[in-house]
Design a protein around this ligand. Structure first.
Ligand code: FE
Ligand code: ZN
Ligand code: FE
Length: 198
């Protein structure tokens, strides 16, 4: 095969893609932290932001072990995930629902990264780039931990709180149909306050 590009070329392309993806995430994560209401969720995004900055640097080290110039190549995948996250943040969700959505969006990003690093590590190993593989594994471990942290925040209360809001909303909708207009009105007026309670 004289003129086909090799797995090594594909590997470098994917490294450049990952480098660009991490850089995009260093810009998206502060916005997600700001949009979060739960202090624990905000802290999780902020600490993963710090980690992500380290992952950018670590990828520069990976390029160095391969004697390659540091280069990025636009990552359409993470750009799409970030774009979807932006649309969600523009919605008028109650606080707990927004937190649940931020977790869902964050986990989409983590899973995308986990898939990318998984392949990169396997390719690095099979081509004998052991040092690069070890560095990439450190990042994969961080992505997995970040994903787990988001899962635990979701199941430790954020999803339930969001669901409670959805239930009380349904109840008040049902109430409105049965009660006289005067009570319906007060119910409607009270609703925003009830939604804001945290
Ligand atoms: Fe990352
Ligand atoms: Zn990509
Ligand atoms: Fe990540």
């Amino acid at each position: 095969m004289p003129d086909g590009k090799t797995l090594h070329d594909a590997f470098l392309d994917e490294l450049r893609d990952a480098y660009d993806a991490e850089k995009q995430l260093t810009k998206a994560l502060p916005k997600m932290a700001k949009a979060a209401t739960s202090p624990e969720l905000r802290a999780a995004f902020e600490s993963h932001l710090e980690e992500t900055r380290g992952q950018v640097t670590r990828l520069e080290d990976v390029f160095a072990t391969l004697n390659e110039k540091v280069r990025g190549k636009h990552c359409d995948g993470i750009a799409g995930i970030i774009e979807e996250g932006k649309s969600v943040m523009e919605e008028d969700f109650d606080d707990a629902t927004m937190d649940a959505c931020l977790i869902a969006g964050g986990q989409r990003a983590e899973h995308y990264e986990m898939a990318a690093y998984g392949s990169l590590i396997a390719w690095a190993r099979v081509m004998g780039h052991a040092e690069a593989a070890d560095l990439l594994q450190e990042t994969l471990d961080e992505e997995k931990a970040a994903d787990k942290k988001l899962s635990s925040l979701a199941t430790a209360g954020i999803n339930q709180e969001a669901a409670d809001g959805a239930n009380s909303e349904e109840e008040s909708d049902a109430d409105e149909k049965q009660k006289p207009a005067s009570q319906t009105r007060s119910k409607v007026i009270n609703l925003p306050k009830a939604k804001r309670r945290r």
